[in-house]
Design a protein around this ligand. Structure first.
Ligand code: SAM
Length: 360
């Protein structure tokens, strides 16, 4: 009956017992404890009052202007063509084979409008009857869009409860309410290159994801290196962010500098540079493109790092993740090899006996 209902896209309870199906599955929203967006705005203003610093991603999507600029970028055809070429069907098939039969939480971190997570959950729900979709983001406007997307695109027959969480993924380990339903397998996702925008992604994995249990899964959607990090001249030539930027990059710059215009004071002009940064990427073999804003203001010149995009080499990343007890399972290159999605499984740390080195 379930399979027939699924094929017809109707609620299996209604199909079997004649109970009325809800119009759509309700979208619940939670506000994480200790989440204070107004405090975040104060932090941002203080940062911009100084002469230099790094504007973390946490601040850029908070207000409706930043969120709408991001959404407009997403909807632009050539950008959308790239991000939606992500092979979600193949990923779902492999992920599903590692999830087992029990209850599952798909926990999306920094979901934005939630497109990838919703598509993935819809596919996984075919084989996993007890699947919850948890969508975590710091931006209320984007989470509201994710709610509309979930209501619109998740077929009624799938019965996937969706919970939006307004919160900060740097505080994830303190969100114990996520486990209130008892033990469930976790599939944690970070789509949209969010991992590569983190200030220190190795620390993020060790500080914010180490509470996950052996067998839990992690999907990272990241950019690939265009040349070896030991050959900076080749990177300068081959990385399009440095040489031949796609047309949508100017829209990205407008989005990245938006917080300075909106929350800084006395801003007269902002110009943007993109530089290769070989020193700040903790994952071996990776490098970063540092997007910097040179600001002319009534109180003098200022300089802020407004965007950090790291590019990864598969071997360097998987070795690094392995040291943090995440076993590499598979990867899917896409967008002509410029990006890839990598799947990892949490493994138990090897027990260290007296006189023995860890992992030996
Ligand atoms: C690059 S966008 C990616 C959005 C989406 N995953 C996609 O594929 O389009 C980064 C997302 O992470 C969110 N974000 C940034 N910092 C965050 C934080 N500290 N906690 C939670 N979400 C955050 C932003 O609001 C934004 O939605």
């Amino acid at each position: 009956m379930e399979k027939l209902a699924d094929a017809l896209g109707v609620d299996p309870r209604w199909f079997t017992f004649g109970r009325p199906a809800p119009d759509h599955y309700p979208f619940q929203a939670l506000i994480a404890p200790d989440f204070h967006p107004i405090q975040l705005v104060t932090e941002l203003r203080n940062l911009l009052g100084g002469r230099s610093g790094h504007i973390d991603d946490t601040f850029k999507y908070l207000d409706p202007i930043g969120a709408s600029q991001f959404q407009a970028l997403h909807q632009q055809q050539d950008f959308a063509d790239e991000i939606f070429s992500l092979p979600i069907r193949d990923i779902a098939a492999v992920v599903s084979s590692h999830l087992g039969d029990g209850p599952v939480d798909l926990l999306g971190l920094g979901v934005g409008t939630g497109d990838h997570e919703i598509r993935l959950a819809t596919k996984l729900a075919r084989h996993h009857a007890d699947l919850r979709l948890l969508l975590l983001d710091v931006s209320l406007p984007l989470l509201a869009e994710a709610a509309q997307n979930a209501i619109k695109h998740i077929p009624r027959g799938r019965n996937i409860p969706v919970v939006g969480i307004l919160g900060n993924f740097h505080q994830l380990p303190s969100y114990s309410f996520l486990d209130a339903e008892g033990p469930r397998k976790h599939l944690v996702t970070m789509f949209g290159y969010t991992f590569g925008n983190l200030d220190n992604e190795v620390r993020f994995v060790s500080n914010s994801l180490s509470w996950l249990s052996p067998g839990d899964l992690l999907l990272l959607d990241i950019d690939c290196i265009t040349a070896s990090s030991s050959e900076p001249a080749m990177i300068q030539k081959s990385d399009r962010a440095l040489g031949n930027p796609p047309s949508w990059l100017s829209q990205v710059e407008e989005f990245l500098t938006g917080p300075i215009w909106r929350y800084g004071s006395g801003i007269r002009n902002i110009s943007v540079t993109r530089t290769l940064d070989l020193l700040s990427s903790p994952v071996p073999g990776s490098y970063a493109i540092d997007i910097r804003a040179l600001v002319d203001s009534t109180t003098g010149h200022k300089e802020f790092s407004v965007g950090y995009t790291k590019r990864y080499e598969l071997r360097g990343l998987t070795d690094c993740m392995d040291k943090q007890h995440w076993r590499f399972l598979q990867h899917w290159p896409y967008a002509d090899g410029r990006s890839m999605v990598c799947l990892f499984e949490r493994r138990a740390p090897s027990v260290k006996r007296a006189g023995q080195k860890a992992g030996s």
